[in-house]
Design a protein around this ligand. Structure first.
Ligand code: HPA
Length: 274
């Protein structure tokens, strides 16, 4: 008999607990070019994804592929250095596997970041957007299949996927540190193609402010399990352009790296206030 997903998660947890027995409080997923928060962590243990039973392995440039355990601002945290994207060929269940592992290891809050293209015409490259809601109609829902009651309900409510209280805290932090923050709706798509002009327009008309190839599946799995989620997008390109509309992965990574120090400070401060 093949193992159920829940059994696979249990095996992963048993393995991790052998090396790291503490209970972390916060889980952090860092997007493309946004990995430097790790430098701020008092690292207690690092475990390569490839060593953890049933863990998928990350392949994309700009992703490291390890789980980092340690302390930041007095809190026990886990950083996922490298995440799994649907476009890499993983199933939706594999994409969210690490989120489930982190929850069962004990985290209560998930902080998530990504690089995103903007449809909101007031956004500029380098802006930071607090995700206040998302549209996930273009991706495969990771909860499709037999529901694991041990994780959460069959029909989870998604009226507040990104916790308002955390958004309020972050807005106050942004003001205090003089770091401008915008707020908007993130549309999750599968990629790996960047959008056509018509698709950017379609997403804009549908009410999205930014678009990206990650996050929404992870957030769905997190909310299913009752985690409090905070999400931040770094705007790395402008989707709605009249003239030159070509976008490259290099351009996205470059813009993400430039904005990265701001994201690191903001996440650190939010963790301090949890
Ligand atoms: N579209 C989709 N995903 C992205 C983009 C974009 O414009 N920028 C960064 N990730």
């Amino acid at each position: 008999m093949p193992l159920t997903i829940l059994e696979e998660i249990q095996k992963a947890i048993e393995f991790i607990k052998k090396f790291y027995p503490h209970t972390p409080q916060v889980g952090i997923v860092l997007g493309s070019g946004l990995g430097n928060l790790v430098d701020e962590v008092a690292i207690e243990k690092e475990i390569d994804y490839r060593d953890i039973p049933h863990f998928p392995i990350s392949t994309v440039e700009g992703h490291h592929g390890k789980m980092i355990f340690g302390e930041l601002k007095g809190k026990k945290i886990i950083v996922m250095a490298g995440r799994f994207h649907y476009y890499e060929g993983y199933t939706a269940q594999q994409v969210v596997f690490p989120i489930r592992v982190m929850k069962l290891l004990g985290i209560e809050t998930l902080l998530i970041s990504n690089a995103a293209g903007a449809m909101n015409s007031s956004f500029r490259v380098g802006d930071l957007m607090i995700i206040k809601d998302h549209i996930s109609l273009f991706t495969i829902n990771p909860l499709i299949g037999i529901n694991m009651e041990g994780l959460g309900p069959r029909f989870p409510d998604l009226s507040e996927p990104y916790k308002k209280a955390l958004i309020q805290k972050m807005k106050a932090i942004g003001k205090r540190l003089n770091i401008p923050l915008t707020e908007g709706i993130y549309a999750g798509v599968t990629g790996p193609t960047f959008e056509t002009r018509a698709e950017y327009k379609f997403l804009q008309l549908g009410g999205a402010d930014a678009v990206g190839m990650s996050t929404v599946q992870e957030v769905i799995a997190a909310v299913h399990m009752g985690l409090s989620v905070f999400g931040l997008s770094v705007i790395t390109d402008i989707g709605i352009r009249e003239g030159d509309n070509t976008i490259t992965h290099e351009e996205v990574l470059e813009a993400a790296r430039k904005a990265e120090p701001k994201l690191t400070i903001l996440f650190k401060e939010l963790i301090a206030e949890l």
